[in-house]
Design a protein around this ligand. Structure first.
Ligand SMILES: *Cc1c(COP(=O)(O)O)cnc(C)c1O
Length: 373
């Protein structure tokens, strides 16, 4: 059996450190916004090369609070991708704004800058790129569009912890960015967690207020806020994993490159690296017309596989009505043929060869058998 993500193997490696940290926290009873959250915020700000990092309860909250802090509200148009997890668009809806879905690049699956440019109207207030599957979006062009049109740039970095462009981390290029620490993410907690990062002092102050019931001083409330703090216990776990994140991401890249090398001769499309950003492979996602046959064969061998994402957001029931008439040909074509294979820092070369062997069996079985005589 090969799972999509082997969280158990990762736990075994950090067990002692995590258990010591958790025991200490329980002993100290410093459960809310304690020393580990503060230390994790300092450590991630340094790692990501940003002035401020503020721990929150989830990636969804990180994006939601970032939009509020950047002043995005009712009736504002926010341009984003339809080929992403629903939370990207949920955050936009929470503030009363309108998600404007545009098409993706057929190779990287990231939002297409030309499509963004074509969708800008006088009501556009922000662009929200997603660094999908761990590959940075085309930020040079997106930053330029934001500057030209005076738009806010909110990066959805929920899948891209550690991904960078010319030495700059994703999340450090926008006005405010959101990270998720959902357990299966590149940097994952043992539960939910999230982070907002920004270089703006004012945005950081607002996020700190918003996550803690709108107060700067306890029991004095200036705005309506939320209960959205990063949990102290989760911060203990995240600090242990942050120390190892570069090693985790390097191994993910090794896994991806070995997959691609072993499948180079097969009739399917392996992931494309744009050569500009460092892809940290949150997912290893391919395209094949025979996706269903391949997945059936993998499942029969108890090998994990999944479709991220089968239904683009503009075709989801929740958006069907407001997106009526919207056609995104590349997004729709990719959603119809994409599938993802197991990837995590603990997948062995042997397991990768086994997985590729199953896929090869499906794709090569149909080819005419030659030299029989
Ligand atoms: C995981 C994810 C989110 C939401 O993060 P949660 O921590 O689960 O709330 C948002 N956007 C993208 C692209 C994600 O992958």
């Amino acid at each position: 059996m090969i799972p999509m993500v082997n969280l158990k193997a990762q736990y075994v490696e950090i067990k002692d450190e995590v258990e010591r940290g958790l025991a200490e926290t329980i002993e100290n009873c410093s459960f809310i916004l304690g020393p580990n959250v503060a230390a994790f915020e300092r450590e991630t700000a340094e790692y990501l090369g940003v002035k401020h990092a503020i721990g929150v309860a989830s990636g969804t909250d990180a994006l939601h609070l970032a939009l509020i802090a950047e002043g995005i509200g009712a009736g504002d148009e926010v341009i984003t991708s339809a080929f992403t997890f629903i939370a990207t668009a949920e955050a936009i809806k929470y503030v009363g704004a309108i998600p404007v879905f545009v098409d993706i690049d057929p190779k990287t699956f990231n939002i297409c800058p030309d499509a963004i440019a074509a969708a800008i109207t006088p009501n556009t207030r922000a662009i929200m790129p997603v660094h999908l599957f761990g590959q940075p979006a085309d930020m040079a062009r997106i930053v330029e569009l934001c500057e030209q049109h005076n738009l806010k740039l909110i990066e959805d970095c929920c899948q891209s912890f550690g991904a960078s462009i010319n030495g700059k981390q994703t999340g450090s290029l926008g006005h405010a960015s959101g990270y998720s620490f959902f357990p299966s993410k590149n940097l994952g907690a043992f539960g939910d967690g999230g982070l907002v990062v920004t270089n703006s002092d004012a945005t950081a102050e607002t996020i700190k207020q918003l996550r803690n019931h709108g107060s700067k001083v306890r029991y004095y409330h200036d705005i309506i806020g939320y209960n959205s703090r990063l949990d102290e216990m989760q911060a203990v776990i995240l600090r242990a994993k942050l120390k190892r994140i570069d090693q985790y991401n390097t191994t993910r890249r090794h896994v991806a490159h070995l997959y691609s090398e072993l499948m180079a001769d097969l009739p399917l499309t392996t992931p494309h690296e744009d050569g500009v950003g460092i892809h940290v492979y949150h997912q290893y996602t391919l395209l094949s017309d025979r996706r269903d046959d391949i997945m059936t064969a993998l499942q029969a061998k108890q090998i994990g596989c999944a479709v991220y994402y089968p239904v683009p957001l503009h075709q989801q029931n929740v958006f069907k009505e407001e997106c009526a008439g919207i056609v995104l040909p590349v997004t729709e074509a990719v959603a119809a043929t994409c599938f993802s294979l197991p990837i995590c820092p603990f997948l062995t070369d042997e397991q990768i060869r086994e997985i590729v062997g199953v896929i090869r069996g499906v794709l090569v079985a149909l080819e005419p058998v030659q030299n029989l005589q």
